[in-house]
Ligand binder design. Structure first.
Ligand SMILES: NC(=O)c1ccc[n+]([C@@H]2O[C@H](COP(=O)([O-])OP(=O)(O)OC[C@H]3O[C@@H](n4cnc5c(N)ncnc54)[C@H](OP(=O)(O)O)[C@@H]3O)[C@@H](O)[C@H]2O)c1
Length: 249
């Protein structure tokens, strides 16, 4: 079987980066996208060092024209698109509902919701012609439950869950699967920003997880690779929690 062609948004750090490295180790060809060119070129060098074919394409997922170009350039470079990981996301600004602003709503929803929608729009355009493909959206346990002070982010990830289910139903007979992963707290820059360097907030974050630790990006990447694999052939419209047991409680 030829090596799968994989596209990852927000791929330059954290979960996206670990996913790119994991796909490279499995022999995939990878397009990494993001907004920081130097990180993009460095990651491509690292992926090529692992023997993978790799390209970086600068993309802001809030822009329809940029996402269209990302997908079209992926297809012109590699001939098709097998797997898309829609990972770009922002935590926005956490705080009580009474402090929320139109600006934070727009910033959070434009990246997490519109970005996921635009990504799937262009990925499915190509995958429906191919008659095959696999999409994995990066949601959150906060796409399934609420948390105090996280209303806007929580609402945006609930929307990602809804987008995932609806898109999966649209293409269920077209040879295309659409799933999500729903991570609990994962040790990335995202958590550093949410905790703001406070040991107390970090301890709270760990206490939130039944396993009493943060997850690692590689643990989320492993679940993404599973969902993208033929082992998950009868799995669509699903959101798989990687959360150290959080949703069990
Ligand atoms: N870490 C966690 O605890 C956790 C838990 C559940 C879900 N998640 C989700 O996991 C995903 C990855 O987050 P992470 O934890 O790996 O944190 P991260 O390292 O901050 O990764 C987020 C990535 O998204 C990119 N991004 C943000 N806005 C973008 C935009 N408009 N266009 C393109 N790229 C954009 C960021 O690049 P820039 O530097 O250019 O902004 C960054 O590389 C996110 O969707 C997040 O919501 C994380």
């Amino acid at each position: 079987m030829p090596s799968p062609i994989v596209l990852i948004t927000g791929a330059l750090t954290g979960i996206g980066r670990a996913t790119a490295l994991a796909f490279a180790q499995e022999g995939a060809s990878i397009v990494v996208s993001g907004r920081r060119d130097q990180l993009g070129h460095e990651l491509v060098d690292e992926l090529r060092g692992l023997g993978a074919e790799a390209e970086y394409i600068r993309t802001d997922v809030r822009r329809d024209d940029e996402v269209r170009t990302l997908v079209d350039q992926t297809v012109s470079r590699f001939g098709r698109l097998d797997v898309a990981v829609n990972n770009a996301g922002t935590e926005g600004t956490f705080g009580p509902v009474s402090t929320q602003t139109e600006e934070n709503y727009a910033a959070t929803f434009d990246t997490n919701v519109l970005g996921t929608l635009l990504s799937m729009k262009h990925e499915l355009r190509v995958m429906q012609v191919q008659g095959s493909g696999n999409i994995i959206n990066v949601s959150s346990v906060l796409g399934k439950i609420g948390t105090a002070n996280g209303s806007v982010y929580v609402a945006s990830k609930h929307a990602v869950e809804g987008l995932t289910k609806s898109a999966a139903l649209e293409v269920a007979t077209a040879g295309i699967r659409v799933n999500a992963v729903a991570p609990g707290p994962i040790d990335t820059g995202f958590i550093d920003r949410v905790t703001g360097g406070s040991q107390e907030r970090m301890d709270y974050m760990k206490a939130y997880v039944p396993m009493r630790r943060l997850g690692q990006s590689e643990e989320v990447a492993a679940a993404i690779l599973f969902l993208a694999s033929p082992k998950a052939a009868f799995l669509t419209g699903h959101s798989l929690a990687i959360d150290g047991g959080k949703l069990a409680g």
